[in-house]
Design a protein around this ligand. Structure first.
Ligand code: SAM
Length: 219
C-alpha cells in the first residue's frame, strides 16, 4: 500500500482466514470510518509530527496499519488488544503492508502506560461500543469485540482517565462512538480531564449512527 497524496488506502488483509474471524473482529464499517476520519485529519496529524502512534483494541490491525502506511517508518507503531490472536493478526497485517507494529496483549493500556507516559502523539480506539447487559462485557473473544455493557460505555469509560497521562503535549485521541454511547456526555467527561472535543466524521450504517471524535488538550 502506498501513500497517494492525502488518501489512505485500505490495507491488504488477505492473510486473515475465516478461522481467524471466529476469534477476532472482522474489519467493518466502523473500522473503515475510523480510517476515513484519519484521512480527513491527515494534514492535522502530519502537522503534529507524530513519533509514536498507539491503537487500543487493534483487532485485525487494519486501522493502525492504515495510519502507518501514510506516516511511514519515522514513527513507532504500537497496539494493544486483550485477545492474543488479535495481537498476532495485527503484527501480520502490519508486516504484509510494510508496517512494523509492536502489539501487546493487555487490558487497555496496562503495562504500556508507565513505559510511554506523555509520549503518545496519536491514540486510537474503536472500542466495544454496543449497548449490552453488563455481564456480556468480556465474556469471550468475540464478545470482547462488541459488547460495551451499559450505554455501550463500560470499556471505553475505563480508558478515559489514562488518556492525559499517555498523550504528548500535542497528542490527539481519536475515538469511535455510537449515538447511544451519548457523545455529548463523553465530551463532558473528557472536558473534566482538560480535553476539547471535535466530531471529525459521522455516518449512518444500517441501524448504527457512528461518529469519530477527536480530543486534544484545551488551550
Ligand atoms: C470493535 S473491535 C475494533 C477492532 C479494530 N480496531 C477495528 O477497528 O477493526 C474492539 C477491539 O477491542 C478489543 N478489546 C476489547 N476489550 C479490550 C480491553 N479491555 N483491552 C484491550 N482490547 C480490548 C477487542 O478484542 C477488539 O479487538
Amino acid at each position: 500500500m502506498e501513500e497517494s497524496g492525502n488518501k489512505i488506502k485500505t490495507p491488504v488483509f488477505s492473510n486473515i482466514t475465516s478461522e481467524d474471524l471466529e476469534h477476532i473482529y472482522e474489519p467493518a464499517e466502523d473500522s473503515f470510518l475510523l480510517i476515513d476520519a484519519l484521512e480527513k485529519d491527515l494534514h492535522l496529524i502530519r502537522e503534529r509530527k507524530p513519533s509514536l502512534c498507539l491503537e487500543v483494541g487493534s483487532g485485525s490491525g487494519v486501522v493502525i496499519t492504515a495510519l502507518g502506511t501514510v506516516l511511514g517508518p519515522s514513527c513507532v507503531y504500537m497496539s494493544t488488544d486483550i485477545n492474543p490472536r488479535a495481537c498476532h493478526t495485527t503484527r501480520e497485517v502490519g508486516r504484509l503492508n510494510g508496517v512494523d507494529i509492536e502489539a501487546v496483549c493487555t487490558d487497555l493500556v496496562s503495562g504500556v502506560i508507565d513505559k510511554d507516559v506523555g509520549s503518545v502523539d496519536i491514540l486510537l480506539f474503536n472500542p466495544p461500543y454496543v449497548v449490552t447487559p453488563s455481564d456480556e462485557v468480556g465474556r469471550g473473544n468475540l464478545e470482547h469485540t462488541w459488547a460495551g455493557g451499559e450505554h455501550g460505555r463500560e470499556v471505553m469509560d475505563r480508558l478515559f482517565p489514562s488518556v492525559d497521562s499517555l498523550l504528548s503535549p500535542q497528542g490527539l485521541f481519536y475515538l469511535l462512538v455510537l449515538k447511544e454511547n451519548d457523545p455529548a456526555d463523553i465530551e463532558l467527561v473528557m472536558a473534566k480531564f482538560g480535553y476539547s472535543c471535535s466530531c471529525v466524521i459521522t455516518r449512518r450504517t444500517g441501524p448504527e449512527n457512528l461518529s469519530v471524535l477527536r480530543f486534544s488538550r484545551q488551550r
